[in-house]
Write a new protein. Structure first.
Length: 217
């Protein structure tokens, strides 16, 4: 493990509760990272205030100001690369990213998704889980690859679906787990403990129960 903290840039679009969990883990439990910048595509994202309160530099790259996705992503890349991150963490970043962007940060681009992937990729995961009648739901941290929400899974957390759950009650139960597993995945990455082999993420060279994964093969 390197003794220098890992430089990280976090991308957000909204509330920023996962960002706050990463900030808290860094400040209170010695997550070995340096949060160099928080970048939002929305100027009104509440998460910007949290970053500001934690004295992390904030930037807005507003997608509305660009004629094409390519132009937006070029500006986003410029804003990110100015901070030389070794990890780019998407934390509720609500823009679909193009291949040039994803390829540039291959192996060091992480996302948190509010379902047990590969179930329920995309939006409205909690309502869809309830409509499907699943008994178990959860969250996934994964490396980002070219297809949306299908990259190699680093860690998952499961929660039960209970009688009378609404999308909001279920979301709150899942969110609590998101705040646990995103800092954990970042810690493993910062400690150099993650590798990817044949599309699967290994922790210390093996598939581990701590990753919460059910090996289906
Ligand atoms: C989280 O549920 C995350 O899984 C999803 O978007 C939401 C962002 O929440 N990708 P927050 O902005 O981190 O509070």
């Amino acid at each position: 493990m390197s003794s220098l903290p890992l430089p990280v840039v976090v991308l957000i679009s909204g509330r920023g509760s996962n960002l706050q969990a990463i900030i808290d883990e860094t400040r209170e439990r010695e997550l070995p990272i340096e949060l160099r910048a928080v970048i939002s595509n929305s100027p009104v994202a509440p998460g910007l205030r949290q970053a500001h309160a934690a004295r992390i530099p904030t930037y807005v790259v507003d997608h509305h100001e660009f004629a094409t996705r390519e132009a937006f992503e070029r500006a986003l890349i410029e804003a990110i690369d100015a901070h030389h991150p070794r990890l780019v963490a998407l934390a509720g970043f609500m823009r679909v990213l193009g291949t040039a962007f994803i390829d540039r940060y291959a192996g060091r681009l992480m996302n948190i998704h509010s379902s047990l992937l590969p179930q329920f990729p995309g939006l409205k995961t909690h309502a869809r889980a309830l409509a499907a009648g699943v008994v178990e739901h959860g969250a996934t941290v994964h490396f980002v690859t070219r297809d949306v929400d299908v990259g190699p899974i680093i860690v998952q957390a499961r929660v039960p679906v209970v009688a009378d759950d609404t999308p909001d009650t279920l979301a709150a139960r899942v969110l609590e787990q998101e705040h646990r597993i995103y800092p954990l995945a970042i810690r493993w990455f910062a400690e150099g403990r993650l590798s990817v082999r044949e599309g699967k993420v290994l922790l210390d060279g093996r598939r581990q129960a701590a990753q919460g994964l059910v090996d289906r093969d």
